[in-house]
Design a protein around this ligand. Structure first.
Ligand SMILES: [Fe+2]
Length: 321
């Protein structure tokens, strides 16, 4: 339930405004002047403020100015209840960062619509901010891991982009695409446990080293499992080296037994590895990499997914040529 701080010195109007808001399901904390509202602000931590302008002790402008200086009040939506005679004060209020005006006398709907739309915008902004912060943290983590691996600079972010393009082309839901967005970044998170000497060995690996290298899938899944909000990315981490014909690792799953997140990741991961320069081989041209994928259709890769991926890449190649 959203919490609304109300400051209004007119008893009648305060009671009426409170009743309108409470009838619509809001929790209202009402005060007869700006000073009392300000003193209660931090304890209440409201989601929105509705304030009169002319009030004793601290008027609406002074309340707005004081609230904006508080850490928890800097972005809280602030609405003025204003008499028409205060029209000239609009400029002043805008400069102080007011979000909206409701002119007295107002209808219940005028107030409720203004409150609802401000709260929704605030919620959307918060969701966007926390999603961005979440992604930035994961990008940082992915870049830290990648920095240990001399062969894969720029790989994770490129792979994330083409994974997203493929997910969209396959018609995955927005919720699935949000998980894909960080799952693709994290797919090699287990490499944090791979010794540098194995990770950056220039020549072929011994059978033991191959096992150590392969362990990054299982090790990554363990890391992911311990963090609840990252857990949905586990199939990307655990299954991106499985193969359609069952010759992959760590579980040797076959065909549709492999979670689709792993099947998708396998395609974009291999494709990016083929077209990128490595110390022991130069990246191959995109056309040749696509032919490699075609040959792997039904052996290494999910035949339907790889078809969609190839079409996407062909379109891109045509656009750039
Ligand atoms: Fe990997």
């Amino acid at each position: 339930m959203a919490r609304i701080l109300l400051a209004e010195d007119d008893d009648m109007l305060r009671r009426m405004t409170r009743a309108i808001l409470e009838m619509d399901g809001y929790e209202v904390f009402a005060y007869p002047n700006g000073q009392a509202a300000l003193e209660a602000f931090e304890q209440i931590n409201p989601d929105l403020v509705v304030s009169d302008i002319s009030m004793p002790f601290l008027n609406g402008f002074q309340l707005l100015e004081a609230v904006r200086k508080l850490y928890s009040g800097s972005v809280v939506p602030f609405l003025f209840l204003s008499a028409l005679s205060e029209h000239d004060d609009v400029y002043m209020a805008k400069r102080l960062g007011v979000d909206d005006y409701i002119f007295k006398p107002f209808q219940a709907d005028d107030l409720l619509i203004a409150v609802k739309s401000r709260l929704e915008r605030r919620r959307a902004a918060e969701l966007f901010d926390s999603h961005q912060a979440h992604l930035q943290t994961i990008t940082l983590l992915a870049n830290v891991i990648e920095a240990r691996d001399a062969y894969t600079r720029g790989h994770v972010e490129r792979v994330q982009q083409s994974a997203l393009e493929l997910g969209r082309a396959l018609g995955w839901s927005p919720e699935d695409l949000i998980i894909l967005e960080f799952g693709a970044l994290l797919h090699d998170v287990g490499k944090i446990t791979t010794p540098e000497a194995v990770l950056n060995k220039p020549g072929p690996l011994t059978p033991e080293e191959v096992q150590i290298m392969r362990n990054h899938t299982v090790a990554g899944a363990h890391i992911i499992e311990s963090v609840p909000h990252l857990r949905p990315a586990k199939p990307y981490v655990l299954y991106h080296h499985e193969r359609w014909d069952g010759n992959g690792y760590p579980e040797g799953l076959t065909g549709n037994e492999i979670p689709r997140e792993g099947r998708l990741m396998a395609i974009v991961d291999v494709y990016d590895a083929l077209i990128s320069d490595r110390p022991y081989h130069k990246g191959i041209p995109a056309e040749d990499a696509l032919n490699f994928l075609r040959r792997g259709l039904g052996r290494h890769f999910d035949p339907n997914m790889v078809q969609v991926f190839i079409e996407l890449q062909m379109k891109k190649l045509q656009q750039t040529s």
